[in-house]
Design a protein around this ligand. Structure first.
Ligand SMILES: NC(=O)c1ccc[n+]([C@@H]2O[C@H](COP(=O)([O-])OP(=O)(O)OC[C@H]3O[C@@H](n4cnc5c(N)ncnc54)[C@H](O)[C@@H]3O)[C@@H](O)[C@H]2O)c1
Length: 240
C-alpha cells in the first residue's frame, strides 16, 4: 500500500497547541511525521510533538523556532501557517488596534513564519507550504473586515508564492475552512450559530480533523505533487 510520503518528513505547524492546528499536529504524528509546533502561551500537554513557544508576530522568535525545529528534528519539509485570531466589530466601530492586531497576526505572521524557511526549501528543491485562510477571506463576513482582509491576503500571498516557488520544486497552497468547531467559533452567540448552520448545506459546523485531512493532502509529496497555488475549501458546501 502506498503511504502519503510524509513518514519521517519534518513539518512545522504554527498555533499547533489547540483547535485546527492541534488536529493537524495529531494527524501528522499518526502518519509518522516529525512534527514541531509553535504555541503562544499554553503547550498541548497531550501531544508528543516538539513544542516551541513563539509568537508569530515576533520575527526573531519565528526565526529561532525554525532553527530549533531543524536542529532537533532535521530539515523542514512542510510548514502549516495556521496561527490566527479574530477581533470582530462592525467597521465604523473597528479600533485601529483591532485592525493592526489581526493583520499583524494573521498576515504578517505568515511572512514571519515562512521567511526563515523558504530559502532553505529552495536550496533543497523540495517543500510544501500551507496557509490556513478562511471562508471569510473568500466571501467576506459581517463584523470581520479586518479578519477577511487578512485571510484574503493569505490567499494572495499563497498564489504568488506558488508562482515564484514552482521553479524550485516547492509548492504553496491555502486551505479555506468554513465554520469549524473550535475555541474561535465558541464565542459566536447560539442564535447566530443557528442562523449560520441553517445556511450551511451540510447543516453542521466542520470538525478540526476534517480540516487536518485537507492540510495533510496538500502537504503530501505523493497525493498532491502537482497541486500548487490552489485554495482547498473545507466548508460543507457553504460557498458564496
Ligand atoms: N474555527 C473556524 O471556524 C475557522 C474557520 C476558518 C479559518 N480558521 C482559521 O484556522 C486557524 C486556526 O484557528 P482555530 O479555529 O483552531 O482557532 P483557535 O483559536 O482554537 O486556535 C488559534 C491558534 O492560533 C494561535 N495564535 C493566535 N495568535 C497567535 C500568535 N500571535 N502567535 C502564536 N500563535 C497564535 C493560538 O494560540 C491557537 O493555537 C486560524 O488561522 C483561523 O483563522 C478557523
Amino acid at each position: 500500500m502506498k503511504h502519503l510520503g510524509l513518514e519521517d518528513k519534518v513539518v512545522l505547524v504554527t498555533g499547533g497547541n489547540r483547535g485546527i492546528g492541534a488536529a493537524i499536529v495529531s494527524l501528522l504524528e499518526e502518519l509518522g511525521t516529525q512534527v514541531a509546533y509553535t504555541y503562544r502561551s499554553e503547550p498541548n500537554v497531550e501531544s508528543g510533538a516538539l513544542a516551541i513557544q513563539a509568537d508569530v508576530t515576533d520575527p526573531a522568535a519565528m526565526a529561532a523556532a525554525a532553527e530549533t525545529a531543524e536542529e532537533k528534528l532535521g530539515p523542514i519539509y512542510g510548514v502549516v501557517a495556521n496561527a490566527g485570531m479574530t477581533r470582530d466589530n462592525f467597521f465604523p466601530k473597528l479600533a485601529i488596534d483591532d485592525w493592526d492586531a489581526v493583520i499583524e497576526t494573521n498576515l504578517k505572521g505568515i511572512y514571519n513564519t515562512l521567511i526563515p524557511v523558504i530559502p532553505k526549501m529552495y536550496e533543497r528543491r523540495e517543500g510544501s507550504v500551507i496557509c490556513i485562510s478562511s471562508i471569510s477571506g473568500e466571501r467576506g463576513n459581517i463584523g470581520q473586515t479586518n479578519y477577511a482582509a487578512s485571510k484574503a491576503g493569505a490567499i494572495g500571498l499563497t498564489k504568488s508564492l506558488a508562482l515564484e516557488a514552482a521553479r524550485y520544486g516547492v509548492r504553496a497552497n491555502a486551505v479555506a475552512p468554513g465554520f469549524i468547531e473550535t475555541e474561535m467559533t465558541k464565542a459566536i452567540p447560539d442564535k447566530v450559530k443557528e442562523k449560520i448552520t441553517a445556511e450551511i448545506p451540510f447543516r453542521r459546523f466542520g470538525k478540526p480533523e476534517e480540516v487536518a485531512w485537507a492540510a495533510v493532502f496538500l502537504l503530501s509529496p505523493i497525493a498532491s505533487s502537482y497541486v500548487t497555488g490552489t485554495v482547498l475549501q473545507v466548508n460543507g458546501a457553504h460557498h458564496t
